[in-house]
Design a protein around this ligand. Structure first.
Ligand code: NAP
Length: 293
């Protein structure tokens, strides 16, 4: 038994490593050249970096952001770059962004849903209205945009990319409303993927499960209480685009702090809960609201 384990475990590791790295090697930036892409929440953080990578790859980009990001995208080589501004609390705005893509790009190849509303970092404060508002921004607007974009994505056999979090796969303390919205995304988009398969609809859905990333807001909110170092946002953005271009169902970044601990979920859920809690320096846990992870 001991000898069998000695052989089986490294062999399994090798198979997993081969599978993971061979998928990464197949990516070529030309895959995204000339593609018509919407990126939401691109004024800062991971979305901004996604827009810059797409620009370098020569995509047509429509972002929800501000002017400076568009100017930088054009400098970096975007085939075209436009922006629309508004709030995703308003479902009419979410639908308007998709109509803009239709009018200005003449279709859509990829819808990258990335924006996230501000929340607090601390114990659940009982504010139900805040949970409702966050569900509108982080979840319902994703549903509204997807619904509006479906005809164009069906025509292009395109892709939907949903930026989620470890907090959308396992319970996280101190971000209860945020975590709820991310779990909702998994439920909706994983079920939708099933229906696409049944109906032979060739639209890929890539759910991105991210760990702690070094965006300004995340570091401000949790940098002092998390024991781990954040991963770089530009690398994270590139991994998201690779996963999307390769039409992967789920993307884990970084793998070691997301996919590997999640392997415990079904066989040792309490151990996983413990590991999640041990990421925090508990005595320093803030009770005051701060921006969301
Ligand atoms: N950073 C992390 O550690 C981490 C970890 C796991 C998952 N994620 C996920 O990664 C994605 C990006 O996170 P990030 O850290 O890059 O966030 P970020 O830097 O805070 O950027 C959030 C973006 O969403 C936009 N936004 C906020 N409220 C909005 C609203 N009501 N309507 C429309 N747009 C709105 C912001 O625009 P304004 O600047 O104009 O407000 C900004 O462009 C999110 O889905 C997040 O959940 C991040």
């Amino acid at each position: 038994m001991g000898r069998l384990q000695k052989i089986l475990i490294p062999l399994l590791g090798l198979v997993l490593a081969f599978w993971f790295y061979s998928a990464r090697e197949n990516f070529k930036p030309e895959m995204l050249k000339g593609k018509r892409v919407i990126v939401t929440g691109a004024s800062t953080g991971i979305g901004e970096q996604i827009a810059y990578h797409l620009a370098r790859m020569g995509s047509h980009i429509l972002i929800t952001a501000r002017t400076e990001v568009v100017e930088r995208c054009l400098e970096l080589g975007a085939a075209s770059a436009r922006y629309v501004s508004g709030t995703m609390e308003d479902m009419a705005f979410a639908q308007h962004v998709v109509r803009e893509a239709e009018a200005s790009l003449g279709g859509l190849d990829m819808l990258i849903l990335n924006h996230v509303g501000a929340s607090y970092f601390g114990f659940f404060d009982g504010d139900v209205e805040h949970v409702r508002k966050l569900l509108e921004i982080n979840f319902l607007s994703y549903v509204a945009m997807t619904t509006s974009a479906l005809p164009m994505l069906k025509e292009s056999e395109g892709s939907i990319v949903v930026v989620s979090s470890m907090a959308g796969k396992v319970g996280f303390p101190f971000t209860v409303p945020y975590s709820a919205t991310k779990f909702a995304l998994d439920g909706f988009f994983s079920s939708l993927r099933q229906e696409f398969t049944i109906q032979s609809i060739n639209i890929s859905i890539t759910l991105c499960i991210l760990g702690f990333i070094d965006t300004d807001r995340a570091v401000r909110a949790a940098g002092a209480v998390l024991r781990e170092l954040p991963a770089p946002r530009d690398e994270c953005a590139l991994e998201i685009l690779k996963g999307a271009a390769l039409r992967r169902r789920e993307l884990y970044y970084r793998y070691s702090s997301t996919r590997l601990p999640l392997l415990l979920r079904d066989c040792a859920a309490e151990l996983l809960d413990y590991l999640v809690r041990s990421r925090y320096r508990l005595p320093g846990t803030p009770g005051t609201p701060s921006p969301a992870l």
